[in-house]
Design a protein around this ligand. Structure first.
Ligand SMILES: Nc1nc2c(ncn2[C@@H]2O[C@H](COP(=O)(O)OP(=O)(O)O)[C@@H](O)[C@H]2O)c(=O)[nH]1
Ligand SMILES: [Mg+2]
Length: 205
């Protein structure tokens, strides 16, 4: 993927405020601090397009970025940060669910897992929704530079176990070394290129 332009378009909390679904898009989801913003910045070669931080935003927003005037990348609100007020935490599920259900130009969701953490209920919830709504899922394991190569495969076993996904579903990524960047672009490209709509068979018909 050659990045000619990468521009912030807008933030939104609800469908009325999303940009028009005129481009295809892929979205990114994961726990606060998992490395979502860092991944997007590495993908588009822009250090500061998406703000990275160890402190979470208090407002939960979907952030839309226009890439090459051809497609959108969407940074979904993070979850799981202890210091976020309960009222804000409660918005996450409905906000993300509403987006996944209604966004017809969505082609895939990249779901990020920190190599050092065991997936929690939000990740499992997301995987359930993605399956139910038939959104293609691209699972990514982030921050792999934090673990020596020889320990990696053992380290990710709890992630495989909790998600029930096979090892080869996952791409390993490091924002520090950029390992995995090309493979992730290939997977995004494939998702954006795939014009075949899933065929739903209604068993009641
Ligand atoms: N070592 C290492 N640190 C990372 C990596 N990705 C993100 N970080 C750091 O983890 C923290 C959270 O990253 P950020 O991208 O803001 O996470 P987000 O909350 O998911 O958007 C920041 O301090 C990043 O510098 C990575 O691949 N390797
Ligand atoms: Mg972020």
């Amino acid at each position: 993927m050659i990045i000619k332009s990468a521009d912030f378009v807008k933030s939104a909390t609800r469908p009325a405020n999303y940009p028009p679904g005129d481009f295809k898009e892929v979205a990114f989801a994961g726990r606060s601090n998992v490395g979502k913003s860092s991944l997007i910045n590495v993908l588009v070669n822009r250090r500061g397009l998406v703000r990275t931080s160890s402190t979470p935003g208090r407002t939960q927003l979907l952030n839309f970025f226009d890439i090459n005037g051809e497609f959108y990348l969407v940074d979904l609100p993070g979850y799981g940060f202890a210091k976020v007020p309960l009222a804000v935490k409660k918005q996450w599920g409905p906000m993300v669910r509403t987006y996944l259900e209604g966004r017809e130009n969505l082609r895939a969701l990249l779901l990020l897992f920190d190599i050092r953490r065991v997936p929690q209920q939000e990740e499992i919830q997301l995987l359930d929704w993605l399956e139910e709504l038939q959104v293609p899922t691209i699972p990514i394991i982030t921050k792999v530079d934090k673990i020596t190569r020889s320990r990696r495969e053992r380290q990710i076993l709890p992630i495989l176990e909790a998600t029930g996904l096979p090892r080869d579903a996952f791409t390993l990524f490091s924002a520090l070394t950029r390992e995995g960047r090309d493979e992730i672009w290939e997977r995004i490209d494939a998702a954006l290129d795939d014009d075949a709509q899933p065929v739903f068979v209604d068993e009641d018909d």
